[in-house]
Write a protein that binds this ligand. Structure first.
Ligand SMILES: NC(=O)c1ccc[n+]([C@@H]2O[C@H](COP(=O)([O-])OP(=O)(O)OC[C@H]3O[C@@H](n4cnc5c(N)ncnc54)[C@H](OP(=O)(O)O)[C@@H]3O)[C@@H](O)[C@H]2O)c1
Length: 302
């Protein structure tokens, strides 16, 4: 079988790690990035330091616009740069390849399905802690890296085949039968974790003790919105998961806020509120947190 051909649009913490592992496993990978990052990748390759996969550097192909069809195009930008990054993937260049975004949230799925044929768009979820420390330099700090794939619009057999090919490359991949449940499964926890840790500028341990009533209220509201979307989760189960987190754990939204970078507030909290509004579900605790955080956001992110 021919080697898997892939593109990674936005080779940061997630995309750099994923693309680096695929290159190391023998896949043909085109990294699609801004000029400066593409140049750094071409000149110095991609270096990964990983507690799970070890440290390695691979030479990589990098462009500023997808050069031609691939089997799969992973989209791994932050939500705040999604639209600009997609300009680098003209629908005509994609051929009949699958498009797999690994962003948190869910509203990006509609953006992708407006731009590319829906039968080629597959939702993805990644669980990892990985950061881009410089262009082409990736630090993977979690002992885990797992992927989930699911699509309401792509043929099941194409999703299954992609999962199989990624597993052949050594990745842990699960196929989920319900895209909405898959995306909200992550978002119900993540939105609460991100909003509360960032608003209070405190790690998980402080949030779950000093702001417990608010945490419980937020989890109730988010799970009510998820249920209205068709994804039913028990808020008590998510609270128990929250209680098991390492007390010092921070969210990436919190780290972005601390560093003065734009955050994914709108893609997480904003998206929950828009869904709440659509379904007529009250979400006052989430609305309060989103309003407070929006007021602190750097100006360029609205
Ligand atoms: N990192 C994690 O541990 C983690 C875990 C789970 C889920 N996620 C989710 O995964 C998504 C990606 O997060 P991340 O942490 O990997 O972000 P990141 O490290 O900031 O990487 C984003 C990448 O997108 C690139 N980019 C920005 N604008 C672009 C444009 N116009 N054209 C091409 N590339 C562009 C950036 O390029 P430059 O390098 O040139 O700045 C960067 O390499 C987010 O939705 C996040 O919530 C992240």
């Amino acid at each position: 079988m021919a080697a898997l051909s892939a593109a990674v649009v936005g080779p940061g913490g997630v995309g750099g790690l994923l693309g680096g592992l695929l290159v190391r496993a023998g896949a043909r990978v085109e990294f699609v990035a801004g000029e400066r990052t593409a140049e750094a990748l071409r000149a110095g390759g991609l270096s990964v330091r990983s507690v799970k996969y070890g440290d390695f550097t691979v030479p990589v192909a990098a462009t500023t616009e997808l050069s031609g069809p691939v089997d799969v195009c992973f989209v791994t930008t932050k939500a705040t740069s999604l639209e600009a990054a997609l300009e680098r993937v003209p629908p005509g260049a994609l051929g009949d390849g699958l498009v797999v975004p690994l962003l948190n949230g869910f509203e990006h799925m509609a953006v992708l399905r407006r731009r590319y044929p829906a039968e080629q768009v597959v939702a993805g979820v990644v669980r990892v802690e990985s950061a881009r420390t410089a262009p082409g330099r990736i630090e993977h700090t979690s002992p885990f890296l797992t992927f989930e794939l699911g699509s309401a619009t792509a043929p099941e057999e194409r999703v299954a085949e992609l999962a199989a090919r990624l597993r052949e490359a050594g990745l842990e991949v699960t196929v989920r039968d319900d895209e909405t449940v898959m995306l909200w499964d992550k978002l119900t926890f993540l939105a609460a974790f991100a909003l509360l840790t960032t608003c209070h500028m405190a790690p998980a341990g402080v949030v779950r003790t000093e702001h417990r009533d608010e945490l419980v209220a937020v989890l109730r509201e988010i799970t009510a919105v998820a249920a209205a979307e068709g994804a039913v989760f028990d808020p008590g189960g998510i609270l128990a998961f929250f209680d098991g987190l390492p007390p010092q754990m921070k969210s990436s939204m919190q780290r972005d806020a601390e560093a003065g970078r734009p955050t994914e507030l709108d893609a997480l909290g904003g998206a929950v509120l828009r869904a709440a509004e659509r379904h007529g579900v009250a979400a006052p605790a989430v609305a309060r947190l989103v309003a407070e955080l929006a007021a602190r956001e750097p100006a360029q992110n609205g």
